[in-house]
Design a protein around this ligand. Sequence first.
Ligand SMILES: *Cc1c(COP(=O)(O)O)cnc(C)c1O
Ligand code: SF4
Length: 328
Amino acid sequence: MSISTQTWQKILVQAISDPAELCRMLELDPDIISDCERSRQQFRMRVPRAFVSRMEKGNPNDPLLQQVLPLAIEMQTIPGFNQDPVGELSASPVPGLLHKYHGRVLLTLTGACAVNCRYCFRRHYPYDEKVPGLSQWQAALDYIAADSSITEVILSGGDPLIVKDQQLAQLITSLERIPHLKTLRIHTRLPIMIPERITKVLVDLLKQSRLKAVIVLHSNHANEIDKAVAAAITQCQDAGLIVLNQAVLLKNVNDSVDALVQLSESLFEVGVLPYYLHVLDPVAGAAHFNVDKEKAKQLIAAMSDRLPGYLVPKLVQEVAGLSAKQLL
Ligand SMILES: *Cc1c(COP(=O)(O)O)cnc(C)c1O
Ligand code: SF4
């Protein structure tokens, strides 16, 4: 790999972090961000330019904009919405590793992301956004090696594809040496945010691995998938990687049958199957995105009426202490 900074990293640092600038770019009335400063200080705004380019100018209700724009309403205290909604801070036997479910461990490689989604459960995490080095992952590798019931490693974060190819290569090589591992899963929003992140080096790395690679994209709305995103996904599929999607059900973003059906259809056009539709984790600051569970179930039922079964995602909820995600 070349020593020069890769294109995707340059794009990453050019992300928009000033809400006023975002409003100017989209020709929006700056009134919509009045009093958002505290929200922004709690969880900074970050949105790559390519994602902004898929937003509709002059539309304050744009479903992509809604996901990233800090708003004053986030500072309201709502009962039941708290700082660690899924109890993750207590499920970690070694730093950076979560072992909640049989056969699978989740590695949180980094706290950093290409985008800061306002509904994210990590908005209050005591994450250091620095990417840890391989030496810091050694304890996690030892833990996995010592438990032969673990067959799948899930790279998560933050966004694991924030980690550079060279470091990912080192980690994957170490994982490949653990004989009982079969699958490497990567949960990421980067191919949506910065499709240039799907480098040839990365694709070859996953293609050549003895571990079966599964990419779980995170896209919430059909408008997120443009030609460049589709091309990045195709590159992964051409290399034999399985690509799935998970979404979060969000009020004013995708809480209608039409929006959900369009998402499934747009994904399918690029050969991606919907995996999960998550109900919102009740994280403080995100209550205005909440869709109640009865409505969520009705939406899934209505999707089933319009789509083949393989285009209807599983509606799930993360419940602290349970041994699997709860099906609703
Ligand atoms: C969601 C999750 C998994 C993966 O669960 P699947 O149902 O296999 O997608 C694994 N570990 C943790 C801690 C999780 O939160
Ligand atoms: S990309 Fe995922 S982890 Fe990162 S802020 Fe968005 S929802 Fe949270």
